[in-house]
Design a protein around this ligand. Structure first.
Ligand SMILES: [Zn+2]
Length: 62
């Protein structure tokens, strides 16, 4: 029961055919936990997960 695909490298949810961060198309539909980052510069979660771009991310993949 997956909802969306995630870039294996960046863990960002991707709607297009290419990842908006790394430009790769290596996706997985196996992921756990979803986190929305709105302000990567001030978000503690973004810092902990080393996310630099706003968007929706999976916490775990694979
Ligand atoms: Zn990527």
């Amino acid at each position: 029961m997956s909802k969306g695909k995630v870039c294996k490298k960046c863990k960002i949810f991707v709607e297009d055919e290419k990842c908006p961060i790394c430009g790769d198309s290596n996706f997985t539909e196996t992921w756990k936990g979803k986190v929305i980052i709105l302000n990567p510069e001030t978000s503690e979660i973004a810092k902990r997960l080393k996310l630099e771009k706003e968007g929706a991310y999976a916490i775990k993949t694979g």
